[in-house]
Design a protein around this ligand. Sequence first.
Ligand code: BG6
Ligand code: MG
Length: 220
Amino acid sequence: MPQLEALIFDLDGVITNTAHFHFIAWRKIANDLGFDLSEADNEKIKGLSRMDSLIRVLEIGGMSFEEAKLVELATAKNEHYQTFIREMTPEDILPGMADFLEQGKAAGLKLAVGSSSKNAPIILEQLELDTFFDTVVDGNGVTHSKPDPEVFVKAAAQIGVNPTAAIVFEDAMSGVEAAKAGGFCCVGVGDPAHLHKANHVIPNTVGLSLDALKEQLNFQ
Ligand code: BG6
Ligand code: MG
């Protein structure tokens, strides 16, 4: 049985419900362009970088634009999104997550964030978690976005842990694929219909228990 040494968390949709704010902001961009975006469409966008998300959103609307317009739309989406995250407080940490993070710390595990978001530093500050993690790798520090494993591989390297000794927590299909491609054990947070490639899926973060997870996933 491998020894568990680290927990690596996606941010948006795992530590806090910013995944919903991303959806609202993308839907506004779509609506302004004359089409709608469904929750099902959103599942395919979740976890992708800002520009990759925009390209997917435009594909859904059957549209494509040249680079300057893409930058303008991505900037407009981010400005709208930031109006939500500026209002966040520690109360916006998802239920059970603050307690679970403390369980990890008390057990002596390394704790890391692996997020595609360039807004991760602002969000962690709003949640008062900016000095909590052993390392944070976000959209400002990676070349290849999820489903590429780079963000998780980099986080594991920075805390000196082998992927086989870590659990990644993810709410997005692209994120589960990234974790698995990097050789990590992955817990999906959300609907098993989207997250079936994970080693284990939990519906939400309520009542998360480190001991129960270790048993479920065969870690010491
Ligand atoms: C990820 C989200 O964490 O960050 C994606 O799951 C989002 O939906 C991506 O597109 C990029 O975020 P940002 O904040 O850099 O636009
Ligand atoms: Mg996410």
